[in-house]
Design a protein around this ligand. Structure first.
Ligand code: ADP
Ligand code: ZN
Ligand code: ZN
Length: 818
């Protein structure tokens, strides 16, 4: 009897595919291993084996596989179950999950674009013939498709060759994003190749006899390296040889020393046991830990609700220590923006090289390396700290999952599928592994706190900041009143100005928050009312003063700044609203002596931009830091005593049922950056509407009241937690077709679901990159089965797809849309 395998392909098709294999291959292949398989006329994909069986497919003849790509499984049985759940729950295909879950380097296919790594140092003798041919081809042509490489080598399947080149760092994939993650670099040096032996060293020292400082450095380095046999940190060398970096630089320039840069989050810590000792917990942390363990023992997911700076991280660390001592793995999930080097270094100081960092912005090689370190029966990586995609790693024995800042909406994947919520998916993954799950936040989501109230989750609380530091003093300033009395200077109230002056006089630092980048979101002609719009999207262009441009924040279309109105020619152009650039500029006139910095998408784009600003602020080279919500998470600045919120109203008025909850969270988190040491911090919130309930609740730190009111409203309007929502977005470039299509779909839905169906409706920005958008929202009450509802929707989609006129209209499901 012939053998077959069922394979998942990384494409959005519902079905698994069956391929035939030989008896010998059947002996080798196990679920979770990769195979290169032909698909369609000429494509080759990397597929994943799900089952090995003997049932031939009925409707097509099984093709043979091209090649087996792994010796042992790359993906575990639990991962496959997890993928199935994600696909089912979030209404996508397992293939889409596969593509999102596995690092791109492990998924080569015929259309993948390959580039040469220009920085690679290549010893041509170490390349096999075919590898060399690829390398050579890439010298003539900077980008090649995998199938073009097939042609060059005259070989159908080149994936194994490319896999080897990837691992050797000689090529990389086009889709990789290199610039977005900005790690901190540490400089290392070692003695150059020719000077490492003792004899050669003698000669070198003799030649340096007239440069005593240089020979001192060489000697120190020799001693340090004798102990470690590894390159030495420049800062350590400076200390031990008592010299300046200038001397070290001279030696590097002479070629006596070789320098090399290592990213801090990838520095491998040495030594077995001499890590930093864990801090001992104070009584509040201790009792929270007790409550957590208690709830864990009852098998409950647990919420740690601790005010900002209460020392939640130290509690996590303690738990992690316990679990890895039992030989289990721990996963520490954070939103992307909270994954800072500040935190990573803290964990590495405690746990050294047991810690692996996983980040979607890592290079292919790095991600593959982490993947392999997590996999295996004795995994090297026992603790993984990462953003949401770290959920997809091949854990063997996951004992603990921590989801820090669990309220953060960026835990929800927006695009592409699977549009999963990492917190919710973490709980499911925890179930599959039988692991404990801890959610942490100073401002829990309404959903999670509701689960505590209904006893579904366990609960632990820390009400005090560590070291009995007081919660900041929050003051609301009515800028409506201030503007009427003409007391505002630009966007600054008198109160905010006073507080800034005082803080600066005390030699302390200020953070100012404005959740909009650029200079002003709208430019308007005061003669005719015309505002420049993006030609591709239905939004006005944002004015960026520094770059002298008008830019679209949705598609990055931009034009040079105009001096007169394009419609009527008048020069009476004015701006409406304001962004971080404008705040920065006003500060320069109001506080000419202060050093002002800005942290938003525009200033952090360049290489290491983000780290540079944080370091400058830490080292007090910046007095006032203006920024967007990048400022809110995970940053522990010791000298900040004042936080100013320039305008709370834009947050509150956002058209979304979560806007109020989110404003509470964001404002509380930003406020939490103030006064993290002994002195009580000050927060000024400017608003046109200071009586707003949410602002009152932020000021009194009344989470419970906020929760109760928000829950009430959510019930009234049938939103979560008691109802589930599915948002269906339709996209097409033809406005009329989109309207007809969404009307058809909504009508069909209403037959079965009646009032549960809302829309179709245009979103606030109804056209992006020339695609029109329209949404239908489904609110599903407790009396309906979610699974059945989804199946019905899928059935309607099938009929929809059968209508040829609607072909090309894209449908995007967003389950638990937030
Ligand atoms: P949170 O995550 O709750 O905002 P952190 O964990 O960042 O708070 O802690 C705030 C500050 O207090 C940090 O600088 C941390 O090092 C310090 N801290 C917390 N717990 C302890 C402890 N048990 N001993 C010493 N310092 C602590
Ligand atoms: Zn005009
Ligand atoms: Zn645009």
């Amino acid at each position: 009897m012939p053998y077959f395998i069922n394979v998942i392909l990384p494409i959005p098709l519902e079905k698994q595919f069956t391929y035939s294999i030989s008896n010998a291959e059947a002996d080798l292949l196990k679920p979770g291993m990769r195979v290169a398989v032909p698909f369609g006329k000429s494509k080759i994909y990397t597929g994943l084996v799900v089952t090995v069986h003997q049932t031939p497919p009925t409707v097509y003849e099984a093709k043979e596989i091209d090649q087996i790509l792994d010796d042992t499984p790359l993906v575990t049985a639990i991962q496959l179950q997890f993928w199935e759940w994600l696909a089912q729950y979030y209404m996508c295909t397992v293939g889409e999950v596969f593509r999102a879950a596995v690092p791109g380097a492990l998924l080569l296919e015929s259309e993948t674009l390959i580039l040469r790594n220009q920085k690679a140092i290549i010893d041509e003798n170490e390349l096999k013939d075919e590898e060399y041919l690829v390398f050579e081809a890439l010298q003539h042509q900077p980008i090649l498709r995998v199938r073009e490489i097939s042609d060059i080598l005259d070989k159908k399947n080149v994936i194994p060759i490319l896999n080897r080149l990837l691992l050797k760092d000689i090529i990389f994939l086009k889709e990789e994003v290199y610039e977005q993650y900005k790690p901190k670099l540490v400089r290392y040096v070692q003695l150059g190749k020719d000077h490492r032996s003792e004899e050669n060293l003698e000669a070198l020292l003799t030649s340096l006899s007239r440069a005593p400082k240089q020979s001192q450095v060489v000697l120190s380095l020799f001693q340090l390296q004798a102990a470690t046999k590894k390159p030495v940190k420049v800062s350590d060398l400076e200390k031990s040889s008592n010299t300046s970096s200038a001397i070290i630089k001279t030696l590097i320039d002479k070629g006596i020393l070789e320098e090399q840069f290592v990213r801090t989050d990838r520095v491998v810590f040495e030594g077995g046991e001499d890590y930093e000792a864990l801090k001992s917990l104070n009584e509040y942390q201790q009792s929270a830990l007790g409550e957590i363990n208690n709830a864990f023992s009852m098998g409950k997911v647990t919420l740690l609700h601790g005010v900002t700076s209460s020392g939640k991280t130290e509690v996590y660390v303690k738990l992690i220590e316990d679990f890895i001592a039992k030989g289990k793995q721990a996963l520490y999930l954070l939103p992307e923006i909270a994954l800072t080097t500040q935190l990573i270094s803290r964990l590495q100081a405690y746990f050294g090289n047991k810690v692996a960092v996983y980040h979607s912005k890592y290079t292919v090689q790095e991600r593959v390396e982490v993947w392999n370190n997590v996999l295996g029966s004795k995994p090297k990586a026992q603790i993984v700290i990462g953003a949401r995609s770290a959920l997809f790693l091949p854990f063997q024995n996951l004992g603990l999952i921590i989801v820090d800042e669990e309220h953060e909406s960026s835990f929800k994947q927006y695009d592409p599928a699977p549009r999963y919520h990492a917190r919710d998916a973490a709980i499911v993954l925890g179930n599959l592994h039988g692991s404990k799950v801890l959610l942490g936040s100073a401002t829990p989501s309404v959903e999670s706190y509701y689960n505590v109230k209904t006893s579904k989750y366990g609960y632990a609380q820390i009400l005090r900041r560590y070291g009995d530091v007081l919660m900041p003093d929050i003051e609301l300033v009515d800028i409506r009143e201030q503007s009427r009395k003409k007391r505002m200077k630009g966007h600054f109230s008198e109160r905010l100005m006073e507080e800034i002056s005082e803080t600066l006089e005390n030699g302390e630092q200020v953070i100012l928050f404005q959740n909009r980048r650029g200079y002003a979101p709208i430019m308007e002609c005061t003669s005719c009312g015309h505002t420049p719009q993006c030609p591709n999207c239905d939004v006005s262009l944002t004015y960026h003063q520094l770059r002298k441009q008008l830019r679209c924040h949705y598609c990055s279309h931009h034009i040079a700044l105009q001096t007169s109105c394009q419609a009527c020619g008048s020069a009476t152009l004015d701006t409406k609203g304001f962004g971080t650039e404008q705040v920065e500029q006003e500060l320069q006139t109001l506080f000419p002596k202060a050093k002002v910095g800005r942290m938003d998408l525009d200033t952090t784009r360049g290489k290491y931009g983000y780290e540079k600003i944080i370091t400058a602020f830490e080292q007090q080279e910046i007095d006032i830091l203006v920024g967007t919500q990048m400022l809110t998470k995970g940053l522990d600045f010791r000298n900040v005593n004042l936080v100013g919120i320039m305008n709370a109203d834009t947050l509150l008025n956002f058209p979304d049922y979560r806007a109020h909850e989110r404003s509470f969270q964001l404002l509380t988190q930003v406020a939490g950056r103030a006064g993290r040491t002994q002195k009580r911090g000050k927060v000024i919130i400017q608003s046109y509407n200071p009586e707003h309930r949410i602002l009152q609740q932020v000021t009194t730190n009344d989470y419970i009241e906020m929760f109760n009111e928000q829950l009430y409203e959510r019930e009234q309007f049938k939103y979560p937690p008691n109802n589930k929502i599915i948002k269906i977005t339709f996209k097409h470039k033809d406005y009329n077709k989109l309207n007809e299509a969404t009307d058809w779909f909504a009508k069909s839905l209403k037959i079965g679901f009646g009032k549960m169906v809302l829309g179709p409706e245009y979103p606030p920005v109804a056209r992006i990159r020339n695609q029109y958008l329209k949404n239908i929202l489904l609110k599903i009450g407790k009396d309906h089965s979610l699974v059945k509802t989804k199946n019905n929707i899928k059935k309607i989609e099938k009929s929809f797809n059968a209508i040829s006129y609607y072909r090309g209209v894209r449908i995007i499901y967003n389950v638990d849309h937030i």
